[in-house]
Design a protein around this ligand. Sequence first.
Ligand SMILES: C[S@@+](CC[C@H](N)C(=O)[O-])C[C@H]1O[C@@H](n2cnc3c(N)ncnc32)[C@H](O)[C@@H]1O
Length: 370
Amino acid sequence: MFSKYALLILPSSNRVYADSSIALTGAEVELFGQVALGGRLGEIRQELIGGVPYVTFGVDGGLSGREVALLSNVSTAYALFAVEGELLRPVELSRLDRFDDDLITIQKYQGKTNEQFTKLLVNVTLLASEFGREVLDRKLAVLDPLCGRGTTLNQALMYGWDAAGLDVDLKDFEAYAAFIQTWLKRKRIKHQAQLGPVRRDRRIVARRLTITLAAEKDDYKAGVTQQLDVVNADTKAAAEFFRPQSFHLVVADAPYGVRHGAHSATAGLARSPLDLLRSAVPGWARLLKPGGALGISWNTFVARRESAAVVLADAGLEVMDYGPYLRLAHRVDQAINRDILVARKVVNPAKRAAVSAVDAARLAADSDGE
Ligand SMILES: C[S@@+](CC[C@H](N)C(=O)[O-])C[C@H]1O[C@@H](n2cnc3c(N)ncnc32)[C@H](O)[C@@H]1O
């Protein structure tokens, strides 16, 4: 039997996305459906119920507990209902969230990437990777190579993942280092932090904050921990600070090319984010694991989507240019029209073919022996 569900979105999304919140949620739900739920969601629509907009969808046989747990992480999800005739029956959401949500909401500063948007960016990147279906079962590692004061890092920690970041702005680095250490202490979360210079040839080349933490004391004792690793350096040198192929996801909100108070110096530097992307994306791509994905958001008023896509393709990544991935652009304000590009690092096809040839030979040898 086909069961219908209605997803109510967080009221604050309307403020963040103005008219686009329902359409963006529709695209995100479609991606969750295609990837994490193996194509089981159908008839995804925007509907008014009692005068309130919902994203509705249908599922053959109803949602399993695991499917509800996956959909609970849609970035705008506020409440989920099963539609039964004219009535809505609440379905309890169970988010991945490991910590109180003030980890993500307390910090307020000019130039902050909105937290709901950051979660959308993380989710659509995750769903392009080979790891989208495993999100309930394993810890991933995310790098934000333009991390500012850590909105992506905090979202990754919230999901229970390892988080790494890099930003050239010393004020941002210091503000984030102060915030996260104070927050961990105030919440009595067991952790160990190290903050200090990175030296090469007796020269200081960067500053680095590394923290080992765990939401539960017992996990910390057992060594089941999360790592946070933040470097204050130019992102073009990202590959000097992190091991190749160590991240499942790379997620970044690129400079918007508009002046943001405290960010005026760096915004001026990156009038067009394309130059920055051209010089940095090849290094970021090297840090991705095969099967991993890279997601960037940027202001289309300063760089065209096609141009940004070429930069990603030139770095050997496969750009996701179909269906819901083409419906993520939205207006932020008069100066910013934001879009998202996601691309994945395809597992080397030659290697894959070689592995299957070995498997085939083994199978043949096995059946010969029978
Ligand atoms: C749109 S902001 C990201 C804000 C971040 N997501 C947050 O919520 O705090 C872009 C960031 O890119 C950083 N940036 C610009 N050029 C850079 C470079 N060459 N290397 C490292 N970071 C850079 C800026 O300092 C800024 O923090």
